[in-house]
Design a protein around this ligand. Structure first.
Ligand code: MN
Length: 461
């Protein structure tokens, strides 16, 4: 029945066996994002016995396994620490304790395994702890104290640089330093759990100035955009003053999610120099609600990106032996208000792959702590827009509707995206819903997915 994965990947173990099946039938559907090899973590709002609080859960097929309920029923009574970790409202405590990561993964997998030997009572308890994902109100799985956004795609950096600074697109530090800025955690929300679950994002207002205008004005953003990014949750923290050595990066990276870093491009263009993004970015950031652990991603680890000829090698502190590239495909879909009213399905705008990023998540976390900055369990580091070498893989409208620069060195008129209703988009319109998806697949392994990240634009106040 079970087959041994063929790749020589030391991080792969028995929990990734593609032959494993769950007694939750929907988890065995080849198309699901959440087979028993994934075990994505979530948190949800639970109401019972007249009171409400948040429970932790694991997504399995189209169901959520309610861990809080299992703790209450004594399922983890043999392991006090495990029972404690499983009945908290968020995953930060587990993130802080890497030695429990494999314990939780194997314990939950055996609870869900079709071939586990469960007595009648345990079968009854675990079946009772299942609830349909589509009817489960997911909440943020982690308390995010701090949020940092990187700029790790050299293709994105070069395209955007060419628009904003035609004579100087890629700044000289790019190939040496993982560039980032400190974002804002208070405006991070999550949606994309159940059917139709979506975040409302109000169109921001801001200060903008057209190139030919004499003075700036204040009003609703006219160039509202999404950015398709991957987020990584920090695992163990480091003490303030201590760096994270590259060979210890693994214990500081807990898992990943999809990130939509909503961006007001007209605001950004006017405000970003000299200190970088501010109000163009901090009005909203939307995450997919599940955490796919680094353990679940083990089969999809690949070598970091090849550096181009003449590119400098990263400095010593940013180098290490493990395969830190992640072979994760990401897609952006759009559905306008009109498409929704006419019952039309979303259309795909782009598809990229995280493996093309110039900097890996390990390099991001190691660089972040290299000056002694303390990372805290549950902090979020986002990758920056995931854009690849070809046009179809550009992860934001700013790049997707850019047609290159003309002979005068300035960007040519934008080429809008066409929707099946006949509508066109250069940037987002009110009522537009942006849906991001991510998944990993590889010969010899079970496909796993990151779920969805959904958000819809509401008119400005
Ligand atoms: Mn960004």
């Amino acid at each position: 029945m079970s087959s041994t994965p063929s790749a020589s990947n030391a991080l792969v173990n028995a929990t990734h066996d593609p032959g494993l099946k769950s007694w939750v039938e929907s988890a065995n559907d080849p198309a699901t994002d959440f087979p028993i090899q994934n075990l994505a973590l979530c948190a949800f709002h639970a109401e019972h016995n007249g009171h409400a609080h948040d429970h932790l859960g694991v997504v399995i097929g189209d169901q959520v396994l309610d861990l809080g309920t299992l703790v209450g029923a004594g399922v983890f009574a043999d392991d006090e620490a495990l029972a404690y970790l499983m009945h908290l409202p968020r995953w930060n405590m587990l993130a802080s304790a890497p030695k429990y990561w494999p314990v939780v993964r194997s314990r939950i997998q055996s609870l869900l395994n079709a071939e586990s030997h469960a007595g009648q009572q345990l079968r009854r308890v675990r079946a009772k702890a299942l609830r349909p994902l589509s009817q489960t109100p997911l909440v943020m799985p982690m308390h995010i104290g701090d949020y940092t956004d990187f700029y790790a795609s050299i293709h994105h950096a070069t395209n955007v640089g060419a628009m904003f600074r035609p004579d100087n697109p890629l700044l000289p530090n790019y190939r040496h330093v993982p560039i980032g800025y400190h974002g804002r955690a208070s405006s991070i929300t999550t949606a994309g759990g159940g059917a139709g679950d979506t975040t409302s994002v109000r169109r921001p207002k801001g200060q903008t100035k057209a190139d030919d205008a004499a003075a700036p004005t204040f009003g609703p953003c006219k160039m509202l955009d999404y950015e398709m990014e991957l987020g990584a949750y920090i695992g163990a923290g480091n003490a303030m003053g201590d760096a994270i050595p590259f060979d210890q990066a693994a214990q500081h990276l807990f898992g990943v999610c999809l990130v939509n870093d909503w961006s007001a491009r007209d605001v950004q263009k006017w405000e970003y120099q000299p200190l970088g993004p501010f109000l163009a970015k901090n009005f909203a950031t939307t995450l997919s609600p599940m955490i796919v652990t680094m353990e679940a991603l083990a089969p999809f680890r690949v070598p970091g990106p090849e550096r181009g000829e003449g590119d400098p090698q990263p400095l010593e502190y940013l180098r290490g032996g493990e395969n830190w590239g992640l072979d994760i495909k990401v897609e952006v879909w759009l559905r306008s208000e009109q498409m929704r009213e006419r019952g039309m399905s979303p259309v795909m705008l782009s598809r990229g792959n995280f493996r093309h990023m110039y900097w890996t998540v390990a390099q991001m976390v190691v660089h972040h702590a290299s000056n002694g900055c303390n990372m805290v369990p549950g902090d979020l580091i986002a990758s920056g827009t995931i854009s690849g070498p070809d046009k179809a893989s550009r992860g934001c409208l700013l790049e997707l509707t850019w047609d290159g620069n003309g002979p005068d060195g300035k960007p040519k008129p934008r080429v809008p995206v066409h929707l099946p209703t006949g509508e066109t988009r250069t940037f987002l319109a009110d009522g537009d819903e942006v849906i991001m998806k991510g998944y990993a697949e590889r010969e010899g392994y079970r496909r796993i997915g990151l779920g969805e990240c959904r958000g819809r634009i509401e008119p400005a106040a």
